[in-house]
Write a protein of this length. Structure first.
Length: 183
């Protein structure tokens, strides 16, 4: 028996290589920039006249809080992605990254549908799809890297809260929904 045969293989942790740092340098700013750009283009600001005309639920946070919350959430999403991306030879890694990509693509459609197209009910369908894919992504991330999975939990919580806000806005403003009034 050689020394190599008696040594148990222990995979390197995600943080012990430069892979995590390289992945984080791409993922975090990319997700922050992409999310912020889509929100800005969609007019998801306090200056949006259509949004200002809506009756908002009592639990609606002030506008600046959304920007802060999303910056934190996108940072956590980027770090979680970098952890999974930087994990070598992990079973389920490709599925986890694919689910993340699908979820991010769905996420980036919500703001234009809600703020630009004024389709509150369609936006509700999108956010429910986001929640389902985010749950699957968190499960897949947990299987690859536990910490990465934990980092998605605030995002899941926020999506639950945002889904409630979307439902409330739809109920309070049925005639503002472009899908309901046939625009």
């Amino acid at each position: 028996m050689s020394v190599a045969d008696s040594v148990e293989f222990v995979p390197e942790p995600w943080f012990s290589t430069g892979r995590f740092a390289r992945a984080a340098l791409v993922a975090v700013p990319g997700i922050l920039f992409g999310g912020g750009l889509v929100a800005r283009i969609a007019g998801s600001t306090e200056a949006n006249p259509w949004y200002q005309s809506l009756t908002l639920p009592a639990l609606q946070p002030p506008g600046p809080l959304f920007g802060i919350a999303w910056a934190i959430l996108y940072t956590l999403l980027g770090l979680a992605l970098a952890m999974v991306w930087g994990t070598r030879e992990a079973k389920g890694k490709r599925l986890a990254i694919a689910l993340f990509a699908v979820g991010l693509a769905i996420n980036l459609t919500w703001s234009p549908v809600f703020f630009k197209l004024h389709m509150i009910s369609a936006a509700l369908g999108i956010i429910i799809a986001m929640l389902v894919v985010a749950l699957a992504t968190a499960w897949a991330f947990f299987r690859v890297n536990r910490l990465a999975g934990w980092l998605l939990l605030p995002y899941l919580g926020w999506l639950c809260f945002a889904t409630g806000l979307n439902v409330s806005i739809l109920m309070l403003n049925p005639m503002a929904d472009a899908m309901q009034i046939g625009i």
